[in-house]
Design a protein around this ligand. Structure first.
Ligand SMILES: NC(=O)C1=CN([C@@H]2O[C@H](COP(=O)(O)OP(=O)(O)OC[C@H]3O[C@@H](n4cnc5c(N)ncnc54)[C@H](OP(=O)(O)O)[C@@H]3O)[C@@H](O)[C@H]2O)C=CC1
Ligand SMILES: O=C(CO)[C@H](O)[C@H](O)COP(=O)(O)O
Length: 466
């Protein structure tokens, strides 16, 4: 049996799709899995592509089946499973070999692992991969963090399996150690915000305007042919048109309204706060998922407090423009988190390049990202996406609709946590002189914390105690 160019450990949803993608490109792949039964099933399902797949039941055989220097890619859950696997595989590897963690991982773990493995002269690559199962199978967007050496070694393979936009592969080396996983985390944070804002707009149409799912699906289909075109709008339209074969009801009406979450949205919010930022649209989306899981409490509260029903009068165009404005603002917040992290960790993240590799393959791919890439290429004022001329113009056109939609929703009691967070951030940022002077004065009164006077450095106190 010939040795393989790369090994994949973890034949779940993503790992098996990725192995088939590599095999389809003519790359020989060694595969293995914690539960060996999965390996035989995977080989059986892989059809002709099995010619490029080398199954192994033990970790030792798997490692022995790889070309040297070895490249082992893990596609398993983050945290402890990855630490355990590193502990088991390292004694089988040699200096110069590379371990890739291609799952979603907390970038702090990635930095720690990269440093520990470097001491043993092993390379560690933290690679964010987006696109779900279909992306992994036919072309994902990949965000690579690691050394230049690792990038030189891996890029020929990764460029072959990546999604393509304008014939350019959607994969990039974004920086050292945790840079790739951090960018993927923020990608997911934006994903959370976009999904939440789409679900809020659905809610306004369904519960506020009384439209049935298939009609809302038609609206989303129409939006997908315009500036809102995106994978998430496209799949939401498909979802809205789907019928439950068991009951004949719209699929959405048989799905429990409690959203799962595995952690990347929360990590984005935690990291934003740690960096002195607040990605409030993402925070609202994470919070909304948490509240959604409190189904029993919400049902009791509806009985006691009453829920919102109908009462809205909004045009489809206003809803589309509102969603556009909020989508821009959520992306702007995500990119601000990237800027702050880049500065903190000296990654020198190329924001235009990040937007470029998100234009295809990944879950947040959208027409907007092409404009975001252009804006960052031109270098917006103060580095802020909302200040790029084309983006600011677009916001000027769409924000009135966001204001109209949020006001109407608030007036009739429909919950729009992410849409309203986007608007609140926009209104805060366009106020050159805000209200934090009051907070500074209060802090000085109760704690002698001091304040700066306008136009003067140094620390001052007020006349409060005289
Ligand atoms: N699904 C998606 O859309 C995406 C997922 N990801 C990330 O990809 C990674 C894999 O996700 P996905 O394929 O969806 O998950 P699955 O649940 O489909 O597969 C998980 C895989 O990890 C293995 N595994 C689980 N626990 C351990 C452990 N303790 N030690 C060793 N192996 C273990 C499983 O082995 P076994 O068969 O023995 O249980 C299986 O092969 C995760 O990090 C996820 O966050 C990234 C982007 C998109
Ligand atoms: O990374 C992904 C998409 O980009 C995964 O699908 C991830 O699982 C999504 O996050 P969550 O499960 O928290 O919704």
């Amino acid at each position: 049996m010939t040795t393989a160019q790369i090994g994949i450990y973890g034949l779940g949803t993503m790992g098996s799709a990725l192995a088939l993608n590599l095999a389809e490109q003519g790359i020989d792949v060694a595969v293995t899995n914690r539960e060996p039964e999965r390996i035989a099933q995977f080989m059986e399902d892989s059809g002709d592509l099995s010619a490029h797949l080398r199954p192994h039941e033990t970790l030792a055989d798997f490692v022995a089946g790889l070309q040297v220097p070895r490249v082992v890619l893990f596609m398993i859950p983050s945290g402890q499973p990855m630490d355990e696997m590193i502990e088991w595989i390292v004694p089988l590897l040699d200096r110069g070999d590379t371990i890739i963690d291609a799952g979603n991982a907390d970038f702090h773990d990635t930095r720690r692992r990269a440093a520990a493995l470097a001491e043993q002269e092993l390379h560690f690559v933290g690679m964010g991969m987006s696109g779900g199962e279909q992306g992994a199978r036919h072309g994902p967007s990949m965000m690579v963090g690691g050394s230049d050496h690792s990038w030189r070694q891996l890029s020929p393979i990764l460029r072959r399996i990546a999604a393509r936009f304008n014939d350019q592969p959607c994969v990039a080396h974004l920086g050292r150690d945790g840079a790739g996983h951090f960018v993927k985390t923020v990608h997911n944070g934006i994903e959370y915000a976009d999904m939440q804002m789409i679900s809020e707009v659905y809610g306004l149409m369904r519960n506020g305007l009384g439209r049935p799912p298939h009609e809302i699906g038609d609206v989303f289909d129409g939006w997908n042919d315009g500036p809102l075109a995106s994978y998430l709008i496209e799949i939401t339209a498909r979802i809205l048109h789907s019928i439950d074969p068991e009951t004949g009801h719209p699929m959405l009406d048989v799905i429990k309204d409690s959203a799962g979450q595995k952690g990347t949205g929360r990590w984005t919010v935690i990291e934003a706060l740690r960096l002195g930022q607040s990605a409030s649209t993402i925070e609202a989306a994470v919070g909304a998922r948490s509240w959604s899981s409190e189904k029993d409490t919400r049902q009791i509260a509806e009985e006691t407090l009453g829920g919102a029903r109908l009462g809205l009068d909004l045009s489809v165009q206003s809803l589309a423009d509102a969603l556009m404005a909020a989508r821009i603002l959520a992306h702007a917040q995500g990119f601000r988190v990237l800027t702050a992290a880049s500065r903190e960790h000296d990654w020198q993240l190329d924001l235009a390049r990040i937007a470029e590799i998100w234009r295809a393959g990944c879950i947040i791919r959208s027409a907007l990202l092409d404009d975001v890439a252009a804006a960052f290429h031109a270098g917006p004022r103060a580095g802020e996406l909302i200040l790029a001329p084309a983006v600011a113009e677009r916001l000027a056109l769409c924000v009135p609709a966001l204001r109209e939609v949020v006001s109407a929703a608030v007036h009739s009691g429909h919950a729009v946590p992410a849409l309203s967070a986007a608007l609140a951030w926009y209104d805060t940022m366009r106020q050159g002189y805000g209200t934090a002077n009051v907070i500074q004065a209060q802090r000085d009164v109760f704690g002698r914390h001091g304040f700066e006077r306008l136009g003067q450095g140094g620390e001052f106190h007020g006349p409060w105690w005289d």
